[in-house]
Each structure stands twice: as C-alpha cells, then as structure tokens.
Design a protein around this ligand. Sequence first.
Ligand code: SAM
Length: 269
Amino acid sequence: MTDYEIALEKHRFKYKKALGQNFIFDDDLLDGIAEAGGADGETVVEIGAGAGTLTRAIARRAKNVCAFEIDETLFPVLDDVLGGLDNVRLFSNDVTELGIETVDMLIGEPYRVIANLPYYITTPLIMLFLQSTECKSITCLVQKEVAERICATDGGDFGALSAVVQAVAEPKLVRIVKAWEFNPMPEVDSAVIRLDKRNGAALDDKLNDFIKLCFAQKRKTLVNNLTSAGINKSDVQSALEKLGFAATARSEQLGAAKLQELGRLLGKI
Ligand code: SAM
C-alpha cells in the first residue's frame, strides 16, 4: 500500500462519486504530470487536491502550490500527506463560486494550473481559467473523448469547445492515462492535455458568445446559425467571401482562427 492509501484508510475516507473522486497513486505518473505541466520553479494552482498525491509531486518542483479541495473529510489526510511541505497553501473554496478575478487576486502572481480535474466540472473549470489574465497554462487530466474534442482542428470532433480553447490557447495531448491507473477505476480512459495560453490572451464573454452562436445548431450552415441570431445575412455572406469561404460553409470548416476573424469582421468580438 502507498502512504496515500495508508492515510486514507487511517482516516476512514469514503470515496464520493458525485465529487469526481478518482485518485492517482503512482508516483512516476504523478511526477510526469507535474513535469509536463511545467511546475519547475513556478506558482501552481491545483483544483481538487484529493489525498495530496499530485499536490506533493507538484510541490517538489514548484515554487508554491495553491491547492483547492472542497471535501473537508480529506483535510486530515492532506495534513498527513503534505505535512512538512512549507510551499503548499490549501483552500477549501469552490473556485467556480469564487470567480476568476477573485482567484487571480488570491494567488497574486502569474501561475500555471496543473490538476486531475473532477470530471463533472471539467469544461466549466477549463473555461474559467481561460478567462484568467494571470494563468499561463492549464495542464489537466480530462476524459479522453473531451481531450480529443479540445485538440481537434477540424472534422467531426471540432466544435464550440475546440474553437473556444484554440482561440486563446495552443492545446497539446500529452499522454493517455488508462482507466485502471485511477482509484476507484472510472468507466473510460483519460488523457493529460496541456493548454498554453497565447501571450496575454484571455477568453471574454463576447468571443465565447459568438462561438456559441456559430455552433448553435451543428447541422446548419454558418449563415443560417448567425442569421437565426439576428445577424444580417448579406453581412455574413460577404464576410465569409472575404475569408475565402462559400456561403454554404459550416463552422467546423473555418477552424478557430478564421471563426475569430469572422467575428471581428462582423463587429461581434
Ligand atoms: N488530485 C487528486 C489525484 O490526482 O489523485 C484528486 C483528483 S480527483 C479526480 C478530483 C478532486 O477534486 C476530488 O478530491 C474532489 O473532492 C475535488 N473536487 C470536486 N469538486 C471540486 C471543486 N468544485 N473545487 C475543488 N475541488 C473539487
């Protein structure tokens, strides 16, 4: 048994599926995630400290770790596992309730996110940190299918999530993590992805709203989606023409960069 499992057993910890609790105990895998996330010498934010397994791996490399965990029954376990590490600060807040400006203020300097995310709020958490002006990169474990959608540049997997992420960050699939590498074992495999924010880029509501409109109905053409939202048809057609696309083009054909250009030409972002 690992010392994490010993601490969990000692404090009679019961896994809560509703909180997305699938822990990792393999130190090599954990160190690999910390390294892939660029933890060395940085301030790192971790969402969902769990038993402190990834927290400890990050703390060995980082300048500081600010770890958030909402399950208070894990705090005595975290005391055991992280005891003696003076570069770790634990927060019991739910970051989705705090909002990104408060999180940025709390951390007080540029940071990287490294996390094995609770799967039930993966997308809202990624969107939250894409809005940050202080977050430099997000390295996280997500379900494999979500990772594929985030990294897709065109075709069937390319959708609103890919477009929003790629508008402000460069995504990279780092490695697959098999379901059996978690405890308890989830139903599907996961992947580590790293999203590097482009210099100073941050997602804002206008860009997010425009991308959502473009993908409102996946089967419709871009012209139909945007005119259904009240945008002038001939404006959309001429903007598409300027970008070198036919009036029958669909959002997934344009890709993230051209969709952004379209939004600018239409004065929407
Ligand atoms: N980091 C640990 C690991 O890799 O073994 C645990 C990862 S587990 C997938 C996700 C953790 O996020 C759980 O410990 C869960 O309690 C916590 N969590 C769930 N919702 C949260 C939220 N809104 N804010 C912070 N932590 C949350």
